[in-house]
Design a protein around this ligand. Sequence first.
Ligand code: ACM
Length: 531
Amino acid sequence: MRRRHTTTRLLAIAALALPLTLSAAPAVATPSTPARQLTDVIPVPVDTRPDARAAFRLSPLTVIRTAPGSSAAWQVGRQLADTLRPATGYPLPVLPVPSTPLPEIALVLGEADHRVGQEGYQLDVTRRGVTIRATTPAGLFAGTQTLRQLLPADIEAPTRQRTTWTIPGGRIIDYPRFAYRGAMLDLARHFHTVDEITAYVDLISQYKINYLHLHLTDDQGWRIQIDSWPRLTTVGGGPGTGVDGVGPGYLTKADYQAVVAYAAARHVTIVPEIDMPGHTNAAQSTYPELNCDGVAPPPRTDIAVGYSSLCINDELTYRFVEDVIRELAAITPGPYLHIGGDEAHATTDEDYRTFMNRVLPLVSKYGKRASGWNEIAQADPPADAVAQFWGTGTTNADLVDAVTRGTKVIMSPANKSYLDMKYDATTRLGLRWAGLIEVSDAYGWDPATRVTGVGESAVLGVEAPLWSETLRSLDDIEYMAFPRLPAIAELGWSTTTSHDWESFRTRLGEQAPRWRLQQVNFYPSPQVPWI
Ligand code: ACM
C-alpha cells in the first residue's frame, strides 16, 4: 500500500474543540490550476447543472457528516477524510450525526433523485457545503471519487499545500451505464504482491471501476493456496515459476482474503479465475496424476499458449476441479467465479463441451455465478453464466446463440481493451498480437455495438485485462494501464451521448498533475494535451 499517504487521524472531539482562531486563518488564494467545472471528471457525469454563485471552499472548520447508524457510510466518510487531510492539513472530523451548524460535506443515504439507482449518486454543492446523496454506500463512494476530482489537483499531494480548496457549485446526478466495470490483473505470468494489487485497487476505484478480476492460474504459475492440493503453490507457484522464471509467488488464503476486504472497502468486488481445461501446465507439472499418461510435463516459463489440457475423461480431474472451486468459493464473497476456458487448443471440441458441461454446474453448486472467456459459449452455459468476449473481430455465432439463451456478456475486445498491447511500435513493454492500442483506440468503440447481435441489454459491462508476460513491477502495471484504463472506465460508466474524444482527451490531460502527485507512472501519449 505504498501509495497510501498516512496521516494523523484526529478524533472528532479534538476537531470540535478547535480554537476559533483557526477559522480566522485566511486561505491563501493562489490556485495552482484553473477553476474546475462539474464536467471535469472521468468518467464524465451523466447530468450536470452548474451554479456559478454556489462554489464551496473547504476550510479548517469543515466537517464530514455521515448518515447516522450506517457504519458503511461512516467508512466512506473516513476514507474521504484520509484522502483530503494530507494536502489540506484540515482536521475534517467524521461525524455520524443528523446535522451540524458547521460547513460540511454530508454523505446521506436516501433522498437522492430516483435516477441514481443502486450505484449512482446526487452531488449538490452550495455555499454552505457539499451533500452527496445515494441509495447505497457504493453510490456514496462513487460520489466521493467525483468530489475528489472536482477539487484542485493539489488535493492529491502528500503534504500540506497552500491552495484555495474550491469546489464548483451546482448539482450532479450520475449513475452507471453498465453494472460491471472491470479491470484484470494476471498474477500467473508474473506474480503481483498484495501491496501491488491493493495499490491498483486504489487507482482503479478512483475511476468507478467496481470489479477486479484476478487471473490466478496459468501454464507458468499457480498463485492461490488450495489446502487439498498443497503443492500447487509451493511447487506450481514456487521458485523459478513465471515467465522467464522470474515471477514466483502466490497468495495464501489470508492474503487473498485481505485483498478481498481491501477491495470491498473501496466498493470493488474480486472475481477469481482458475483457467481450465487449458492453461493448466503449472498444475499438471506439479501433480502427475492430472495428466492422462500419469507423467508430469516439465514446468514452462515461455509465453506459448494452447498446449496444455486437463485429462477430460478421468474422474480425478473433476475431484481436483471441485476441490479448487469449493475452496475458492468459500473465500470469495463476490458473486462470480471465473473458470477461464480460453485457448483450449489441446482439448478436442467434444472434450471441451464435456468438460465445461460438468464444471459449469459445479460453480453453481458452490453458490457462485460462472464467468468464463467467450469460448464457454461453445458448451451449454446456464442462463446466469457470463461470457467475456476477448476477440478482435465483430462477429461470434456461438456467443450470439448463448446470448439468445440468456447469457450476458462482458466486453473485453483484445484490440481495444487489452492493456498489455503496446501503445505504438516503440513501447518497451507489452505485446502486439492484437495490434497497437493508442489512447484513442481504447476510447473509440462502443460496448453495445462491438459484436453484431450482442446489444446493450446483453452487455453486462466492460473489462480491461492486463496480462503480465512482459510486466515486472507496479510501475510497469501503471504504465500500461494509464491512461487507457480511464478510457475503458468511461465506456463502462458514461452515456453514449456524452462520448466525445475531444472532451475526453482534454479531461484526461487534466489528470496528469494528479497522477504525478500520486506517483503514477503513466504513458505520456502524444494524443493527449497534458497539463
Ligand atoms: C485470452 O486473452 N486468451 C483470454
